[in-house]
Structure formats: C-alpha cells, structure tokens
Design a protein around this ligand. Sequence first.
Ligand code: HEM
Length: 394
Amino acid sequence: MTSQSIRSLPYVSPAATDAEYAQARTQGWLATSERGFEVLTYDQGWEVMSSKEFDIGGGFGNVLDAVGLTEGPYREEWNKIIVCNEGDARDRLRKPFMHLLKPAQVAKLQTKVIELINGILDDIEDPTDVDFMAQIADRLPTQLYCELISAPLEMESEIYRITNSINPPLLTFNRERLQESEDAFWEGMAFLRDHIEARRGNLGDDFTSELIRCVDDGMIAEDEMMSVAMALLIASMDNTMHQLGLTFGTLLEDRTRWEQVLARPTAAVQAGEETIRLCPRFNVVARHASREIVVGDATIPADSWVMVATRSGGRDESRFDAPDAFQLGRPPSKALQFGGASFSCLGATLARLEISQMLRIVAERFPNIRLLGDWEKTVGPMVTECARLRVSLV
Ligand code: HEM
C-alpha cells in the first residue's frame, strides 16, 4: 500500500458506531484512526491476529503508559505479567495457563459451574427486581475464581473488590482510579502470597496447587509464580462479568432473540457466541508491526499499530448474512474478541462455559426474564462495560 493509498483509507473513530463501521466497510477492509490502522472485516481480522509476523509492541504496557503508569514499583510488577511480555518469557508464562485451563480441565469444572449458578439464582430474594450485574453476573466469575484457587467462598466480596479495582481503571483509561488500582494490586499480591504459602504443605486439585507443581517441575521459575497467580486474579473475572451482562442485555432488548434461545435449549453455546459477535466485551485486539508486513492487498509500514476492530468484524456482511440479526444456526465462526496465535485469551473456554451455562440455566428456570427499563452499556475504545441491567426474572 503506497503512502498515497494509505491517505485514501477511510477514517474511523476508535469509538465508531455500528453504522459508521458499516459505512467504512463499504470502502474496504482497512481504515485508519488516531491509534493506527483498523481492520474492519472478519477474515482479515483473523489473518492479522493469527499471523506470526505481528508482535504486541510491549502489549499491555502501552495501556499502562497511556494511563500514566510509566515507572515505579507498581509498573515493575506489571512488567513481569504475561500481557506485558514477548518472546521466550511469554511462551514460558503461557504454559501453566495452558496446562491449567486446557479444555479437558475446564470440562471438569462444568458441574461446579452449574452448582454455582443455581446457588446464585437461589440467593435472589426478590425475583421481580434484580440488579443483574451485582446479583448474578459479578458473582459467578468471582465464586468460580475462589473455587479455582481453593479460597473460601466467604472471600467473594473481598476478591470482587480487589479484582475490580485492579484492571477496570486501566482498561477504561481512568487516571483518577490509578491509586485504587495500585492499592488493590498490592492487596491481591499479599493475599496470594499467604494463600500459596498455606497451600504448599497441603496440595490438592486446584489452580494454586497446580501452580506450585509447575514450579516444582521446572515449568516456571519460583519468582514467576506470583506473576502467574496475579494474572489469573486480574484476567479471569471482570471481562466475563461484563460479557455476561452484555450477552443478556443483547438478548433481552429484543424479545425475539430470547425466544430463539428458549426454543433451542441445546444451542446455548451458539447463543453465547452470537451475542459476543453482536456485542463483545473487547472492542479491539491490538497487534504491532515492527517491520513492513504484507496483509492481503495492503503493506503495513514498519512501526505501525494494527487494531482488529471486533465490533466491526463481527458485523462484516461479507462473512455474516443479515449481520445485525441474532440468528442461531449460522455456520460456526470463532469470536474475534479472544484474540489469536501465541497471545490469545487463555481463559476463553472457561468464559464460554460460564456464559453458555448461565444462558441454559436461566432459560430453564426463568424463561419469562425481562428487562426493567432500558439497559445501559458504555462503549470505550478498548472495552464495553455493562453499566445497568435491571431485570425481573419472573
Ligand atoms: C469474556 C471473557 C473474556 C474476554 C473478552 C477476554 C479477552 C481477552 C483478550 C482480548 C486477550 C488478549 C488476546 C490477544 O491479544 O490475542 C486475553 C488474554 C488473556 N486472557 Fe482473557 N478474556 C476473557 C476471559 C478470561 C478468563 C476467564 C481468563 C482466565 C481464567 C482469561 C485469561 C487470560 C490470560 C491469562 C490472557 C493473557 C494471554 C497472553 O497474553 O498470552 N481470560 N483475554
């Protein structure tokens, strides 16, 4: 792509509306924005995310820079976490997750997930007025995390507070909450240090015990154990909470969508994928070109950022018929929002299990679930938050 043809690419804002993305797609698969190139289409999105030629250019470190966390002990701890690493260090740090969260391992959690969901729904005292986020969506990933690491369920509110104070202020570029993020990070580290120590002499079948075994077996170094444990504390909850809210909001805002879910109880996994396509938690998957890279008919210049715009790729009309419609029975397609190649989300199977089981069980127990008032979501450059979702379950 010559500099002339780059100049003729459409511009899209990182917070473009669905209509603006659709308009940009009429001009091709690539656009520019103030943060670099934006990939608008599904197939090219996968091509970029799966390519070994791209790197992540410092990864999450760029978010930390943008929010003003550029130096000091808090930044140094972040630098040890997988999302800020490339090369051998990241390959090594991925191994314990791949081991602990592999599909066969996650399948074993199905019974526990079902039990937790039923317990959460049983706890609801007034089913006619439910804050879906606080009373349902926030609770499942938090309780599951407690189960994963073998922490008592009584720690649910404490864990929720810690995890929601660390990452969300950064993902939403909220400088005012930076101190809260740092305080929660140290609190999380202190908790996990004690928790791991207490588990050492009493290994079981949980993530913490497996992590200790990973160190004993030489898979990771002793000093990397805390970074892996912190990555799980940071990454395993808030994204799933918001996706649960976005999934139910998307289904309930149009009754015909929810009716499709009720009509096909065995299609809960597909229903989850379809809502992720229409309303993903992650709006962008970032890749970096350290040198010139050819993608299709475009040559991406060295030192460029290429952003896979998941909200656009999910509604790509060249890939999906009637792209704005919720339709079960589409040909299978993998959601863009979990990324790809050696950077992909390591908890995608677990997140999908949580979402699909929640859909299946709510549909079975509370088929008449409906919105109370409008639901609200906040679409940011990086993530979408489910801000308000009040429902009646009956
Ligand atoms: C709906 C829920 C979730 C969403 C939307 C999500 C999204 C993402 C995204 C976009 C990435 C970066 C992918 C890339 O650059 O190619 C990622 C990485 C990661 N995710 Fe998730 N995630 C979710 C749930 C989870 C869960 C439940 C866990 C753990 C149990 C988890 C653990 C991780 C880890 C450890 C990484 C870092 C991988 C690496 O850098 O190599 N995620 N996630």
